[in-house]
Ligand binder design. Structure first.
Ligand code: AVJ
Length: 330
């Protein structure tokens, strides 16, 4: 079959939910403490730098997750007797998804892949590649925010679903928000459906702070690109060299906090917002939280969102977990 027959893209109108860069930068840089939401990391440059981060010796998360999926993909595929719909939140780095696509096609002969991502262009590009490589793959892409996209996956009732949320993306959410979001996933799932969740584990400070502030300065560049993006898109005059990057593990919260810290007193002008932002020496801009979970916290998360942990796999170094959540009835 041609690509056209095997590909569809639904674009949901999510404008009313999507705050623009302008609005959120104004809010975040006039707040105390200052902050910029981490989803703005991922413009074209930022997405490229993120790929570099995933290859860093210190950033073990991507490798650990791939190791687990490589070892377990077949076993996961064999749990389903019939072809399924593989739903993925954030179409992400295709490499990890391919491990599962390979195993599912091997097991069932056909597969429907439903990537949900905010960017239609990212969805189209990755779909072309996948359709070329897999002749028995059908792709029903949804360009939307996760929440809106998820309401659409119910439309396809022919297949059992396996929902993927990989990369420890859950770590960006405050714990109560994570709980709400997993509950909302549960609401879209039937008894035979499963949720496969990649979650980074709590561990000692040094390993975490190295992972989030690498010796080559790639993560620092990733953070400073936020300032350069604001220069490019909002006509600002940030000198990114006048900020230092820092990642600090809060052991009690289990949270790696990423920040940019002003090296001196300075004023930044943002033309498009007609805004001047003053920074005191050492004042910070909060850029990201990366929450870590203990195994007990993952069990509790499953329990209070209507799931049981049906299976859990760790990498050989026991730094990272992939969890198969099965709906419980309640
Ligand atoms: C993509 C959100 C999982 O928190 O580990 C990597 C992003 N930030 N290095 C993470 C990130 C700095 C990442 N997530």
């Amino acid at each position: 079959m041609s690509h056209d027959a095997r590909f569809s893209l639904i674009e949901l109108d999510t404008d009313q939910h999507l705050e623009s860069l302008a609005t959120e930068v104004r809010e975040g840089l006039t707040a105390t403490p200052k902050q910029i939401p981490c989803h703005f990391f991922y413009d074209e440059t930022g997405s490229q730098i993120f790929e570099e981060i995933c290859e860093l010796p210190e950033y073990y998360l991507t490798r650990a997750e791939s190791e687990i999926l490589r070892d377990r993909a077949e076993e996961i595929a064999r749990r389903y007797a019939q072809p399924i719909a593989l739903v993925e939140l954030g179409s992400g780095s295709a490499i990890k998804t391919r491990l599962l696509i390979d195993a599912l096609l091997q097991e069932h002969g056909s597969l429907s892949y439903v990537p949900i991502d905010i960017s239609p262009s990212v969805l189209e590009a990755s779909a072309q590649q996948l359709l070329d490589d897999y002749k028995h793959l059908e792709i029903r892409a949804i360009a939307a925010e996760y929440q809106d996209g998820l309401h659409r996956i119910h439309d396809d009732d022919r297949h059992a679903k396996l929902i993927l949320w990989l990369g420890s993306s859950i770590g960006n959410l405050d714990r109560p928000v994570a709980e709400q979001f997993i509950s909302s996933l549960r609401a879209e799932m039937d008894p035979q459906d499963r949720l496969l969740l990649g979650i980074d584990l709590r561990k000692n400070r040094e390993v975490l702070e190295d992972a989030y502030d690498d010796s080559r300065g790639v993560t620092a560049r990733f953070n400073k690109n936020l300032l350069e993006r604001i220069n490019r898109e909002l006509g600002a005059d940030f000198d990114s060299g006048a900020f230092d990057f820092q990642a600090t593990y809060d052991e009690v919260e289990g949270n790696v906090v990423s920040e940019l810290r002003s090296r001196r007193d300075q004023t930044v002008r943002i033309d498009d917002l007609d805004l001047e932002v003053k920074f005191a020496a050492s004042e910070t801009i909060h850029t990201e939280n990366s929450f870590k979970y203990s195994l007990a916290e993952i069990d509790a998360l499953a329990h209070c969102t209507g799931f049981a942990v049906e299976d859990r796999w760790l990498d050989a170094n026991q730094r990272y977990s992939v969890n198969l959540f099965a709906p419980t009835d309640r």
